[in-house]
Design a protein around this ligand. Structure first.
Ligand code: PNW
Length: 460
C-alpha cells in the first residue's frame, strides 16, 4: 500500500458565506453576496445564504464531526463584514469573538486552523463607495482588514490564505456577471485582478513585516483546471498552454516571476494594466506555498475562426481573448456540475505547476465533486464521490512519488452548503445537510476519507 508522507496535511474546507448563515447577526454588515442573492433570477430557486448551514450557531457540533473524521486541518474563511461591518473603520467585537471561539474549539480538537481572508463576500459598503475591486482604495482596505485578523488571530492561527480564486472573482464576478457583484465586461476582469494581486501582496508584506514572530505561513489560493491538447498538433498544444497561462499564470506569474505572462500582454494590449517597477518588486515572492483549487479537465484546441461563445461549461474565461476552444471528451464521466472526472489531469497539472514555478510547496486547498445525494434510511451512499476522492488522491500520490512537493489536501467540502449561483441543489459535502432540519449526516465518502487519513493512504 502506498502511503503519503507522515507530515501530509489532511483537511477539509468551507467558506463563510456558504455555511455560516447569521447574515445580520451581532453587528455583521451586508456583503455583496447578501445583496446579489436578493436580485431575482441570479440564484437557482432564489436561495440565499441567510441561514445556510447555520454554522454560526452550530460550529461546536461541526468541529466535533471533524474530530471524529480525524482531519488534521480545517480551512475556513472569515467574513470581512463580520469583522468590519462597513469594510473599514470600527471593529465589530462580536465578529472577532465568533472566529476566536472557532479557532479555540479547533485547537482543543487538535485541528490546525487554515484561514482564508477573502472568499468572495466583500463588504457591500466597499462595493457601493469604492467600486469594489475596480478601485485602488481596496488595496489599503484589504491590507488593513488583514492586519486586524493577524493581530487578533495570529497567535493561534499559523496558516493564512489571502485570496480564494481570484480568477473566479474577476471572470465570474466582473466578466460573465454570474457571481457577485454581477458585472459584465471584457476589460473589468483584468482591472479587478490587478487590484486583487496588489492587495494580496500588501497584506503579505504586512504579515511578514509585523507578525513574523508568529512563525506562520501565508500564500494565495488559485483555481486551475487541466487543459489537455485536443490533438497532437502544435497549434492545439500551444492553445492548451495558453489556456493554462490565462487561467493560473495570470495570478501566479506576478508572484513567482514578477509580471504577467507575455502571452497575456500581447493579446490584451491596453486592457491589461501594467505593474510599475516598484510594484513588481513588491509582488514577487509573496507566497510561501502554491494554494491550488482543482476540480476538472477540459480539452483545448486552437480556434481557427471567430472565437465561439461555446464555452458554456462555466470555465472558459473570456474565450475570445484566449482564442481557445474548450470541450469534453464524450467518454469522460461528469459530475452534477458537468465537470469531467479526470484524475490524470490532476497529476499533469501538478507537474506543470512544479515545472513552471520551480517546484514550490503546493497545497491542494480544494478538490471535490457534486452528486445528487439522497438520504435513504439515514444513509447517504455516495459511491461516486468516494471513487472521485480515491482516484484523485491516488493521482496526487503519483505526483508526489514523481517529485512534486505536494504538502497537503483539503476536501471540498466538509458539508453540503450554499453553492453560489446554484443554490443548495449541488451537494459537495462529505456530510449531508438536511436544509429543513439542518441535521448533519456523514456520507459514505466521509467514512472513506476518515479511513484514508488513518492509514495515510488512498488505497483503502
Ligand atoms: C470553488 N468555475 O468555486 C470555490 O472556491 C468554492 O466556494 C465552491 O463551492 C467550489 O469551488 C465548487 O464550485 C468555483 O466555474 C466556482 O470554474 C466556479 C468555478 C470554479 C470554482
Amino acid at each position: 500500500m502506498n502511503t503519503f508522507p507522515d507530515d501530509f496535511i489532511w483537511g477539509t474546507a468551507t467558506s463563510s458565506y456558504q455555511i455560516e448563515g447569521g447574515h445580520d447577526k451581532d453587528g455583521k454588515g451586508p456583503s455583496i453576496w447578501d445583496a446579489f442573492c436578493t436580485i431575482p433570477g441570479k440564484i437557482y430557486k432564489g436561495e440565499t445564504g441567510n441561514v445556510a448551514c447555520d454554522h454560526y450557531h452550530r460550529f461546536r457540533e461541526d468541529i466535533q464531526l471533524m474530530k471524529q473524521m480525524g482531519v488534521k486541518a480545517y480551512r475556513f474563511s472569515i467574513s470581512w463584514a463580520r469583522i468590519l461591518p462597513t469594510g473599514k473603520g470600527q471593529v465589530n467585537e462580536s465578529g472577532i469573538q465568533f472566529y476566536s471561539d472557532v479557532i479555540d474549539e479547533l485547537l482543543k480538537a487538535d485541528i490546525e486552523p487554515w484561514i482564508t481572508l477573502y472568499h468572495w463576500d466583500l463588504p457591500l459598503a466597499l462595493q457601493l463607495e469604492d467600486d469594489g475591486w475596480l478601485g485602488k482604495p481596496i488595496i489599503d482596505y484589504f491590507a488593513a482588514y488583514a492586519k486586524i485578523c493577524f493581530e487578533r488571530f495570529g497567535d493561534r492561527c499559523k496558516n493564512w490564505i489571502t485570496l480564494n480564486e481570484s480568477w473566479v472573482v474577476a471572470i465570474l464576478g466582473y466578466g460573465q456577471g454570474v457571481f457577485a457583484p454581477g458585472r459584465v465586461s471584457n476589460s473589468e476582469p483584468y482591472l479587478a485582478a490587478h487590484h486583487l494581486i496588489l492587495a494580496h501582496a500588501k497584506a503579505v508584506h504586512e504579515y511578514k513585516n509585523n507578525f513574523s514572530h508568529h512563525g506562520g505561513q501565508i500564500g494565495m489560493t488559485n483555481n486551475c483546471d487541466w487543459r489537455e491538447p485536443l490533438t497532437d498538433s502544435e497549434d492545439d498544444k500551444a492553445a492548451a498552454e495558453r489556456a493554462l497561462q490565462f487561467f493560473v499564470s495570470w495570478f501566479a506569474d506576478p508572484i513567482y516571476k514578477g509580471d504577467y505572462p507575455e502571452v497575456m500582454k500581447e493579446r490584451l494590449g491596453e486592457r491589461l494594466p501594467r505593474f510599475s517597477k516598484e510594484e513588481k518588486v513588491m509582488i514577487k515572492g509573496t507566497s510561501d506555498f502554491f494554494g491550488l483549487n482543482h476540480y476538472t479537465t477540459m480539452l483545448a484546441a486552437e480556434n481557427h475562426g471567430i472565437a465561439k461563445e461555446q464555452n458554456v461549461y462555466g470555465n472558459g474565461g473570456i474565450s475570445e481573448d484566449q482564442n481557445v476552444d474548450l470541450s469534453l471528451d464524450p467518454s469522460w464521466k461528469t459530475t452534477l456540475m458537468n465537470w469531467a472526472v479526470v484524475p490524470w489531469g490532476c497529476t499533469k497539472l501538478l507537474h506543470w505547476i512544479a515545472s513552471r514555478y520551480d517546484n514550490p510547496d503546493i497545497i491542494i486547498t480544494e478538490n471535490g465533486c457534486a452528486y445528487p445525494d439522497e438520504l435513504t434510511n439515514g444513509q447517504v451512499n455516495d459511491r461516486e464521490r468516494l471513487t472521485f476522492y480515491k482516484t484523485y488522491l491516488q493521482a496526487c500520490q503519483k505526483a508526489i512519488d514523481e517529485g512534486v512537493k505536494l504538502k497537503g489536501y483539503f476536501a471540498w467540502s466538509f458539508m453540503d452548503n450554499f453553492e453560489w449561483a446554484s443554490g443548495y441543489e449541488k451537494r459537495f459535502g462529505l456530510h449531508y445537510v438536511d436544509f429543513e432540519t439542518l441535521k448533519r449526516t456523514p456520507k459514505s465518502s466521509a467514512k472513506w476519507f476518515a479511513k484514508a487519513i488513518r492509514s495515510s493512504s488512498a488505497d483503502v
